[in-house]
Design a binder for this molecule. Structure first.
Ligand SMILES: [Zn+2]
Length: 414
């Protein structure tokens, strides 16, 4: 890999831009409420469009409201290298989730222009629509439509709780663009994002070199025993569904502990009839298993299934377990990961490999073009919260590595 030139971003300008745009949807507690396709989203989109056009970029918008700002490169035969994330937030979101990835991309572009540096490939900044899924479910609708996970019709038809569709809301704010989805092509996507977890902070690392996104398997389990009077039914004659579920939850937790860095969780449980003097007859609960390796994720599934069956048999309970959702692990582009790692070394920043525990636009995009991500720490790992906080130094570090990685990747075309 050719060494990338040393261009240095402007940390103050990046921070000022983050704070300036945080006014669109600013909350009293210092966060942002900027739901997808809302009036606040229109304001930040207009701001972003103007900022990119002021740099000489062409801004194109597709029918799902995804925004693509392009600066030409030295060569006209190459597709752009894209940098981006999302500008929408949770209802009580923070100032950095998604926003940092778009505004750091803008800072990288501003730096290139300041230095009069011409890349080989064009550079594109992307703002994906409705990443959060807070107003319109599911999440990552814009990048999902682009990657062919959802049809354009399905994305347009997604409705909020008032029954307003995404298409109608985008139309209201003037962001149903003329370009068919997925016609704004690019060859690779780098996404900078806050970690939204505690690993970097605990390990004293500034840069997370994201190697992929964990696979996710969800199961739904119903345990059936027999309802009985708590006073009149001796202990040894009970078929207690809740006691069985308790032992199963313990077993699932053990599966998680045995497959680090995998995680295994039970987060929802319904106990029936949920009465203090009835031995529980039926319990429903969910299982959430995650691991970056598909083979090990399958082993975790099997370990849970056999542990649950064994417990049910031993306690004379009936059990029904079925899969509710499966999202395979995503492996990011090795060549792009190498550019991020090199970019951190070049900037003298402490870095470590990490897998993403959450879904991101880049995970969908990675299914159709090479993609990868860069993480920076956020205070106490807190995100989706108005208290979400990242330091100016860490934001600048992320933007610098984003620029370094872009230039490193672009170097292959020189
Ligand atoms: Zn995000």
């Amino acid at each position: 890999m050719a060494a990338a030139p040393n261009l240095v971003i402007n940390p103050t300008r990046l921070w000022d831009t983050l704070m300036q745009t945080a006014q669109y949807g600013a909350t009293a507690k210092g966060g942002i409420r900027r739901l997808a396709a809302s009036e606040e989203d229109r304001q930040v989109r207009d701001w972003f469009k103007n900022a990119c056009e002021a740099l000489g970029c062409t801004v194109q918008i597709d029918t799902c409201g995804n925004m693509f700002a392009t600066r030409p490169g030295r060569r006209t035969d190459l597709l752009p290298i894209a940098l981006g994330s999302h500008l929408d937030t949770q209802p009580t979101g923070g100032k950095f989730d998604g926003v940092l990835g778009v505004l750091a991309a803008l800072e990288a572009l501003r730096t290139l222009i300041d230095m009069g540096y011409e890349t080989n490939a064009p550079v594109m900044i992307v703002n994906w629509t409705n990443e959060e899924g807070a107003r319109f479910a599911p999440a990552m609708l814009g990048s999902g439509a682009y990657a062919g996970i959802f049809t354009e019709e399905a994305a347009h038809a997604a409705a909020d709780r008032e029954g307003t569709t995404l298409q109608s809301a985008l139309s209201t704010i003037g962001y149903v663009g003329p370009e068919p989805v997925a016609t704004q092509r690019f060859q690779a996507l780098f996404e900078l994002h806050i970690e939204q977890g505690p690993i970097l902070e605990a390990d004293n690392k500034t840069i997370g070199v994201v190697t992929g996104v964990q696979g996710i398997s969800w199961f739904e389990v119903t345990v059936n025993g027999q309802e009985a009077h708590t006073g009149a039914t001796p202990m040894h004659l009970r078929r207690n569904a809740l006691l069985g579920a308790a032992r199963m939850i313990e077993a699932i937790n053990t599966v998680g502990l045995a497959h680090v860095p995998g995680v295994a969780s039970v987060g929802l449980l319904e106990n029936r009839p949920n009465s203090r003097n009835v031995v529980p007859g039926e319990v429903f609960f969910t299982i959430d298993l995650r691991h970056p390796d598909a083979t090990i994720l399958t082993q975790m599934e099997q370990a849970c299934q056999s542990a649950l069956s064994d417990i049910a048999t031993a306690m004379n309970l009936d059990i029904d377990q079925h899969r509710a959702w499966h999202s395979p692990p995503v492996l990011f582009s090795p060549a792009m990961i190498a550019c991020v790692r090199q970019g951190a070394t070049q900037a003298g920043l402490p870095a470590r490999d990490i897998t993403s525990g959450a879904g991101h636009d880049a995970a969908y995009i990675a299914r159709i073009v090479p993609a990868t991500m860069i993480f920076v720490p956020c205070l106490n790992g807190v995100s989706h919260n108005e208290a979400e906080s990242a330091t100016p130094q860490d934001c600048a570090a992320g933007a610098q590595v984003l620029l370094n990685a872009l230039l490193g990747y672009d170097g292959q075309f020189g």
